[in-house]
Each structure stands twice: as C-alpha cells, then as structure tokens.
Design a protein around this ligand. Structure first.
Ligand code: NDP
Length: 455
C-alpha cells in the first residue's frame, strides 16, 4: 500500500466541481448527496492520475448524457383523466447500453432519478458486465390501484418511453413499485409499439417472455453473498447470527431467504407502515404470501403469529438488537440516531440491499465504530448483474438453469468484493468498501470515457 497525499489543489478542484453541481441542480438534495459520496472517495485517484482532471472527467460524469421527462396521461376506473410525470435519465453509456430500473412511487422526482442513475454508473461498472448507467420512473402511486389501472398507466408510460429505448441503447428493469406484472405490461406495449419481439429491451421479464431464472432473487441473494464474503474475511458468518432486514419487498424477501438458508435468524422486517418483531425467527412463508400474493400490510403478520409484535414507525426497526442489519427498503431510511443505536446494541455488520439507505452521518458512524459496512453500490449489484445475464441469454436465444445463473451471481459478488477491497487497499483506505467500490467503479468508466474522446 502506497500513501497518497491529498493535495490542496485536488481537494479544491473536487470541491469546486461539487459546488457547481449544487448550483446547476438546485434543490436536488439526493443527487447532491450521491455525488458528494463518490467525490469524497476520488481525491487520491485524481492525485495519482491528473489526466482525469485535464480531461474534465468529473465535470462530464455528473452531467447525464440525456434526460427525458414526459407526460403520462391515463384514465382511472371511474373515468377520470389523470396525469403523472415520467422520467428516464440516460446517464452514461461509456461501457455499454444504459441500464437501470424504473421506479413508480409518489416521491419520484428529477433528484431521486438522478441520484439513482448516477449510482448506477459505478455499480454497473463494478459488476464487470458491459452495461452503462441509467434510471427512470414516474411519480405514480401503485398502492390501491386496480390491475386495469396499473395496465393503463404502464401502457401510457411505455408508449412514450418506447421512443428512447432499444436492446442496444437503453434497457430498463424494475425497482420500487415495478415488479413482474408491470414489466409484463410494459414489454407487451413495447412489442406493440415497435412491431417486433425484442426480448433484450427490458429485464425482469417473466420466464416465458424471455426472462432469466434467479432474476427475482438476485438482488437479495447477492447482498447476502456479498456480506457473507465480508464476514468470512473476519472469520465470521451468517450462521448463528441474528439479523434484521428493513422492507418486505423484492430485495428484502430474498435477502431474508438467503440469510435464513445460511443459518441466520431473521427477527424483524418492515414496510412503510411499521415493523414486526418475531423473537423466534420470522416465518418467511407468511411474509411472502402477505406481500407477494395478497398485497397486504406487514401488520397482518401478527394475526397469524400472535407471539410476534407489530410496531408502527418503520424506523424503529433499527432499535432491535442484531448482529447483522440489512437495510433493504429505501434511501435515507437509516440515519445517525439509528446507526448509534445499532452500534450500542453490538451490530457487527451492515449490508445495504437498498440504494443509499444509510445517510452520510450513519455511514461515518459505522466506519468509525469498526462495523463492517457493505455499501449498496457494491452489495446490491446482484440484481443488475443478473439483468445483464438476462440480456446475454436473450442475445444468444438460450436459457440457463437457476443453478447456472446462481453460480454466476455468486462469482460476480465475490469479484465485486475482491475488486473493491483491492481498490481500497491501493488507495490507502484498507477495508473501507465505500471508498473501494467508488474507486473501482469509477476508474473503468473514466478510462473508457478518455479512450472514446470528448463526446
Ligand atoms: P419493493 O417495492 O419491492 O419494496 C420496497 C419495500 O420497502 C416495501 O416493503 C415498502 O413498503 C418498503 N418501504 C418503503 N419505504 C419504507 C420505509 N421508509 N421504511 C420501511 N420500509 C419502507 O422495492 P425493491 O425491493 O425492488 O427495492 C428496495 C430498494 O432496493 C430500493 O432502494 C431499490 O432502489 C433497491 N434496489 C432494488 C433492486 C431490484 O432488483 N429490485 C436492485 C438494486 C437496488 P410499502 O409496501 O409499505 O411501500
């Protein structure tokens, strides 16, 4: 390991670019937060490679290649015309077609989509797959909508989006509020609009439409594979540990499933209404039925498991004593106060299944308290990795078995862990996976941008 001095010239340069990002994108707080988190890691990289400054890589990488914002009109079941706002941010295509999910949630705005798209550039680079960074969505709330309303909305959304995506250009997938049903309707509408069966234009499809086995499980499983690797390095394991997992959606359910398979006891999970605590270990089959089949609230769990407890206020989940905490719900769900409680209760590892679930202050607390910390950019990259494997299967017109995909996923997660650890070591921050993931993800994209010229 070589000591890299943080020269004032580089520190001032990075700060100047960051201030410009804030001025040019006012009120986009989540986007500022995501940029700052990456920039904080990059000073030693720029000291060692001043070419990145000469080539204005930071200035270029924070500016999306293209931002699309569009009207999504639709008709509800009562015949009322509704209008939502749709987005697609095509952030960076240096190493492959734009790739990133679509989020349907009332909180969606330009800042949320840009923070997610920016993170996606580095995450996708870390996977080792040929995919660039993008993200999209709409401020549409799927909660309480009928199946027909969901179909009408997604069809209207895709009627416009279809003009900008293609298997070699931009390949969206799911995210919060967008699961197999929504992807199915969007794929159908794309097919109709473009007049051809282009399987590789969306990922997360049903198996019969060209989807990949293990895609549904990939993000949650991948997070647990990554954390297990991190634990193994310290002679520990999920086996015998107590785990809390926030959320009870796609990422959360499959993180719980794999953690339980690895011998952990998962004692708490949540939704946006509150959290459940089951001292004997959560019965995942009940959670799956409530959430995946019946579309119910997590509070209903205690009706079937009277020894379990339900608490309103989802953020209270972090007061449950645990060895490993896996935030798998949403951005900024784990703040400094929650981090202090987790540390006081003896947590020894935190793995982010969600995107940016821990605030900047919370991350600092974990790192300063020697808690093993796996940032989302690296730990939740399993989903997009298997999406890239889905694209590969679509191109080759083949279908791998569940086991074949799962083995590839495990290998990818191990590589991301090793590469992030190595980058942290190379840049004088041994063991710091936040720094390591940012640097490993950045260098490949930056070098490719330079090779492709100023475009
Ligand atoms: P889902 O919509 O399937 O699930 C989200 C879950 O989080 C729901 O249970 C939701 O509850 C809950 N939730 C929302 N806000 C809160 C909150 N403040 N506190 C507690 N629970 C909350 O989404 P995903 O599982 O797909 O995504 C979860 C996270 O993982 C997001 O950050 C996403 O960007 C990230 N991610 C997802 C990937 C994927 O493949 N799906 C890939 C990589 C990252 P409710 O139902 O009440 O809203």
């Amino acid at each position: 390991m070589e000591r890299v001095e943080q020269t004032p010239e580089v520190v001032n340069y990075v700060d100047r670019v960051y201030q410009t990002v804030k001025e040019r994108n006012p009120n986009e707080l989540e986007f500022h937060q995501a940029v700052k988190e990456v920039f904080d890691s990059l000073v030693p990289v720029l000291v060692k490679n001043p070419t990145y400054m000469k080539q204005a890589i930071l200035e270029r990488i924070v500016e999306p290649e293209r931002t699309i914002s569009f009207r999504v009109p639709w008709v509800d079941d009562q015949g009322n015309v509704k209008v939502n706002r749709g987005f697609r941010v095509q952030f960076n295509s240096a190493i492959g077609p734009y790739k990133g999910g679509l989020r349907f949630h009332p909180s969606v705005n330009a800042s949320i989509i840009k923070f997610l798209g920016f993170e996606q550039i580095f995450k996708n680079s870390l996977t080792g797959q040929p995919i660039g960074g993008g993200k999209g969505g709409a401020d549409f709330d799927p909660k309480g909508k009928s199946d027909l309303e969901i179909m009408r909305f997604t069809q209207s959304f895709m009627s416009e989006l279809s003009k900008y995506i293609d298997a070699d250009v931009d390949v969206p997938a799911g995210d919060i509020g967008v699961g197999a049903r929504e992807i199915g309707y969007m794929f159908g509408q794309y097919k109709k609009m473009r007049g051809g069966f282009q399987a590789g234009v969306l990922t997360g499809k049903s198996i019969d439409s060209g989807g990949s086995l293990a895609r549904k499980e990939a993000t949650g499983y991948g997070t647990v594979y990554f954390v297990e690797e991190m634990l193994k390095d310290k002679g520990m394991s999920f086996n015998g540990s107590t785990v809390t997992v926030s959320g009870s959606g796609n990422v959360s359910i499959y993180a719980m499933e794999k953690a339980i398979e690895f011998g952990a006891k998962v004692v708490a999970c949540s939704d946006s209404g509150g959290y459940i605590y089951d001292e004997t270990g959560i019965d995942l089959s009940t959670v799956k039925r409530l959430k995946e089949v019946e579309n119910k609230r997590i509070s209903e769990y205690v009706m079937e498991h009277p020894n379990a407890h339900y608490f309103e206020d989802c953020s209270g989940i972090w007061s449950v004593p645990c060895d490993v905490a896996l935030p798998c719900a949403t951005q900024n769900e784990l703040d400094e106060t929650a981090a202090k409680i987790l540390v006081a209760n003896g947590v020894f590892a935190v793995g982010e299944g969600a995107n940016m679930p821990s605030t900047h202050g919370a991350v600092e607390i974990f790192l300063n308290s020697n808690v093993l910390f796996a940032p989302g950019k690296a730990a939740n990259a399993g989903g997009v990795s298997v999406s890239a494997l889905e694209m590969a299967q679509n191109s080759a017109r083949i279908a791998w078995t569940f086991a074949e995909v799962d083995v590839k996923l495990q290998e990818i997660m191990k590589n991301i862990y090793r590469n992030s650890m190595k980058a942290a070591e190379d840049y004088d921050a041994p063991g710091n996976l936040v720094v390591g993931a940012n640097i490993a993800g950045f260098i490949k994209v930056a070098d490719t941008m330079i090779m492709q010229g100023v475009i």
